[in-house]
Write a protein that binds this ligand. Structure first.
Ligand code: NAG
Length: 249
């Protein structure tokens, strides 16, 4: 799911690291079609086996050191704190950008990227505390949270930052909204390893996954937004904004 902005970011990063490959050619300001094709080409060419030259090895799976999904609105039937540590996110290699807006000369304008992904699986150690409807839930173990056919929109804006006479894009605001067609959960070792309770809870979560996702979507988007802000900021602080485009003069 949060591969999303990462796609763009990574794709920009790759272009930068590789000093803009001759083919595909880099894009002009605001040429969304070109930016989309460039990113998707870099993806499909490089992600299947990884390309050490382009530093794409660790893209899929992607390491997620720590992510907290915290849903505490009292009006919601779901109140949980779900912490993932040292997880791996699978699925980035199959994601595709379907629309790019922004990236014009005015770097303060809104930039937006739409992405579709077949599956995203976040896999690894988890800790959960809280309640789902009237049921208390708690556990520490291994989990797999999977989302299928995810449509995501990443949007961000920023302000100009002048360093050594060159203008950089300082990304100040980034939002992600993700809409999976379906979601699936598996938490091992719930309730201190009580197998009957744990199995029942996993069945319950999956039978109600649509409602549960809805209740936690904002919290999930927030967590991924934070992660992405750091990454996108990093990319645009690497080079002056104009250097990302073909018509830089
Ligand atoms: C995670 O779960 C999905 C199905 O919900 C499965 O397809 C996938 O293989 C699982 N991933 C891992 C690494 O166990």
């Amino acid at each position: 799911m949060f591969a999303i902005a990462f796609a763009v970011v990574l794709c920009l990063m790759v272009s930068v690291e590789a000093k803009f490959p001759e083919d595909p050619k880099p894009c002009k300001y605001g040429d969304g079609e070109c930016i989309m094709k460039l990113c998707n080409t870099l993806f499909s060419e490089n992600s299947a086996e990884g390309d050490p030259g382009l530093n794409l090895m660790q893209l899929d799976p992607l390491k997620v050191d720590r992510m907290v999904i915290s849903q505490g609105e009292s009006s919601s039937p779901v109140g949980i704190t779900l912490t993932f540590t040292d997880n791996l996110l699978y699925g980035i290699k199959d994601q595709r950008i379907v629309k790019v807006k922004g990236f014009g000369r005015d770097l303060t304008a809104k930039h937006e990227v739409k992405i579709v992904t077949k599956t995203f699986s976040l896999v690894g150690p988890y800790n959960i505390q809280g309640k789902v409807l009237i049921l208390p839930i708690s556990g520490t173990g291994q989990s797999n949270m999977t989302m299928v056919n995810v449509r995501a929109i990443v949007s961000f804006s920023g302000k100009p930052l002048v360093k050594n006479g060159e203008t950089y894009l300082d990304v100040t605001d980034l939002k992600i909204t993700m809409k999976p067609e379906s979601s699936h959960y598996h938490f091992s070792n719930l309730f201190n390893g009580d197998k009957a309770l744990g199995d029942n809870m996993n069945v319950f979560l999956n039978e109600n996954s649509e409602a549960i996702y809805k209740e936690t979507a904002k919290a999930i988007d927030r967590s991924f937004g934070k992660l992405y802000l750091g990454v996108v900021k990093g990319v645009f602080s690497k080079l002056p904004y104009a250097k990302f485009f073909a018509d830089e003069s």
